[in-house]
Design a protein around this ligand. Structure first.
Ligand code: TXA
Ligand code: MG
Length: 336
């Protein structure tokens, strides 16, 4: 299959929408990361997403809408707290797990009675959905297991020949996937942290619970609150070792343990270790969120064998950065 590269002109958006109407898979920009989109109601189209990504079929997809009217096409009802969250954070990087309508096939929901719904703020994404007139199921546009793509070039590397088209809408603003939440009475449970933080949610909900799967390994034999938690994720080819320590302890650990092909992932240039190659991903949560996945892909291009990474703070959006890098390391964290 030839993968067509589309821009953001009106003509190209109409072309993307007509491919989607015909049951094809098209990669689209969003403010978080690029998504691999298909008609959420069309089982055959959604199956193509799973095969293009090589994704396990029990891992549900997020359904993207471009209006609150479209929400009614996918979800049966909204708890009170969900209405408050929609008011506060939509359009934006928040996914709400809600009871699904019958019209959303189990292929899309990974066999669940619930569906994750998101109203993205990206204008290009919104116009593609509106032009289609139906919600788009879209996981991140990477091959299953690798870091999510934050630009069209990275989508192309993973998806060339596997999907019909890629819409190039520039760099994703946030750089990490949306916050995923579910509702329990007046409480909100964070299943996956993102740009909408614990504190942001606490301003709207009575109680916010961070699911244990956010910072801990999920037991593969038990059902996960969010099936995506079970799988290895966001991983570059290199082995990632996450080091939670001060700079001095980090340096001496790396000096003792580095071998051929070792690299460091640092907050800033000032932390560099003589003779050790490195990349930086910034010192604050927002910059780290924006750069992390791109850096992990750059390490692959450099042929890194091992990456010694400075551990991000878990405050604000930092919790999302921590969650992704911890998973990309396969929970290989050294606390000094
Ligand atoms: O920012 C994002 O959310 C991006 C862009 C493209 O919108 N999409 C994304 O999709 O990250 P994906 O498929 O890579 O991740 C979806 C996550 C998975 O961890 C999945 O388990 C969880 O959302 N999820 C989806 N539906 C769910 C449901 N009904 N119940 C619990 N978790 C759900
Ligand atoms: Mg993903």
């Amino acid at each position: 299959m030839e993968t067509k590269l589309l821009g953001t002109s009106r003509r190209d958006i109409i072309e993307a929408a007509s491919l989607l109407k015909a049951g094809e898979v098209v990669a689209v920009p969003t403010e978080t990361v690029y998504g691999l989109a298909a008609n959420a109601f069309d089982e055959a189209a959604v199956r193509k997403i799973f095969s293009a990504k090589m994704r396990p079929c029990d891992n549900p997809l997020i359904v993207h809408i471009s209006s609150l009217d479209m929400l009614k096409m996918a979800a049966i009802s909204l708890p009170r707290t969900a209405i408050a969250c929609a008011d506060a954070f939509w359009p934006g990087p928040l996914t709400m797990v809600l009871p699904k309508r019958r019209e959303i096939p189990y292929v899309t929901s990974g066999g669940l009675e619930t569906v994750g719904i998101r109203f993205p703020s990206d204008r290009i994404c919104q116009s593609i959905i509106s032009e289609c007139g139906f919600p788009l199921a879209a996981p991140s546009a990477n091959l299953s297991g690798s870091p999510s793509p934050t630009n069209a070039k990275r989508v192309y590397e993973d998806m060339n020949g596997r999907i019909s088209a890629i819409v190039d809408g520039g760099e994703s603003m946030v750089g990490l996937e949306s916050t995923v939440i579910s509702f329990e009475g007046d409480s909100v449970r964070i299943l996956r942290p993102g740009r909408i933080s614990y504190d942001d949610l606490l301003a709207v909900a009575k109680r916010v619970i961070i699911d244990s799967g956010v910072t801990q390994k999920v037991d593969n034999d038990k059902p996960a609150a969010s099936p995506g938690m079970k799988y290895r994720h966001y991983a570059p080819k290199a082995r990632v070792i996450l080091i939670e320590s001060d700079l001095e302890a980090f340096r001496s650990y790396v000096q003792k343990n580095s071998t051929e092909g070792s690299y460091c992932l640092l907050f800033s240039d000032g932390e560099a270790i003589e003779g050790m190659p490195y990349l930086t991903y910034g010192a604050d949560g927002e910059t780290q969120a924006h750069l992390l996945f791109e850096r992990l892909r750059q390490f692959d291009e450099l042929g890194a064998a091992t990456i010694f990474a400075r551990c991000p703070s878990q405050d604000g959006v930092g919790l999302a950065v921590y969650n992704r890098i911890l998973r990309s390391s396969g929970f290989n964290i050294v606390k000094l």
